[in-house]
Design a binder for this molecule. Structure first.
Ligand code: PMP
Length: 289
């Protein structure tokens, strides 16, 4: 266990994260009824805060949950917990749950949502994996159908991804890729996926079952600036196996090059397109206003 340094803002109070508590009657715990965001800060500047708060607010709207604080109050709380954190770089986890309520999943009994913001470290993969590239496997667990639970809702229901992650752990892989119910590529357990084929950067459209990643959108933007042709298109496992390059993107993941998928070596890892985008990504985070 690493040293506990997490700080938590919980319903307006700032406490060491291990002292923050939530009721066993919270419907976020009982039913996964809630939403969240993961945000990074670099040199005490919050990265893409507006985009994350926008997605949080859309997720809340989609599940008919009224955020207990307005945008400005949430921004203040984010700054407060980040400032209280002892390191310059870190990760923020915003969680809003339906709140405490009686047994039974009907949300009408929950009158006050709980809001939590944790500041802590987050390292998704080791430095070695970052250097050499990740080994992926395609999980047999499928991403939930888009018409079952819309992947744009960043909800507290991650069992689907956790089952895929367990498969990756058992296979000795660094990350799992989930396919949608059509057998096409959706995304990683907490990251989006890109490939480079014939000089083109490709990623599945979010309608294939992926979260609309904020890092994904930034990478598309950076590729356009770098004159790298980029296209959203459905991908099959074949397209991953035969790619010239492959990488993962996410707030937690940042950019992770992929070396291998189901035992197939990716031609170039880290490849030239990855390196160009990684350079531009680093420049972006070093120049936060
Ligand atoms: N997909 C899933 C399922 C995720 O949980 C995440 C992490 N938020 C991502 C993709 C990457 O999204 P973002 O770049 O906004 O962090």
């Amino acid at each position: 266990m690493t040293e506990a340094i997490g700080i938590c803002w919980i319903n307006g109070a700032l406490v060491p994260a291990e002292q923050a508590t939530i009721s066993v009657y919270d419907h976020g715990l009982l039913y996964g009824d809630g939403i969240f965001e993961g945000i990074r800060f670099y040199a005490r500047k919050v990265f893409k805060l507006a985009e994350h708060l926008e997605r949080l607010s859309m997720s809340a709207q989609a599940i008919a949950l009224e955020l207990p604080y307005d945008q400005q109050a949430i921004e203040h709380a984010v700054i407060k917990v980040m400032t209280a954190f002892q390191e310059e770089d870190g990760y923020l986890r915003l969680v809003v749950t339906r709140g405490d309520g009686p047994m039974g999943l009907d949300p009408r009994g929950c009158h006050q949502p709980n809001m939590i913001i944790i500041a802590d470290r987050l390292s998704m993969v080791s430095a070695e994996v970052r250097n050499k590239g990740a080994r992926l496997m395609i999980a047999s667990t499928r991403r939930l159908p888009v018409d079952g639970l819309d992947p744009r809702i960043k909800s507290l229901n991650y069992l689907n991804q956790i089952l895929a992650r367990i498969e990756a752990n058992q296979a000795g892989a660094d990350e799992a890729i989930l396919l949608n119910q059509m057998g096409r590529v959706a995304e990683g357990t907490a990251d989006n996926i890109f490939v480079v084929t014939k000089g083109e950067l490709l990623t599945p459209p979010v309608t294939e079952g992926a979260l609309e990643g904020i890092t994904r959108n930034l990478i598309i933007e950076l590729a356009c600036q770098a004159d790298i042709p980029v296209r959203e298109t459905p991908l099959a496992p074949y397209d991953l196996y035969t790619a010239n390059e492959c990488f993962l993107t996410g707030t937690g993941a940042e950019l992770i090059p992929v070396a291998e998928i189901d035992g197939r070596r990716i031609t170039s890892c880290p490849g030239p397109v990855f390196e160009e985008l990684e350079k531009r990504y680093q420049t972006t985070i070093q120049n936060l206003g």
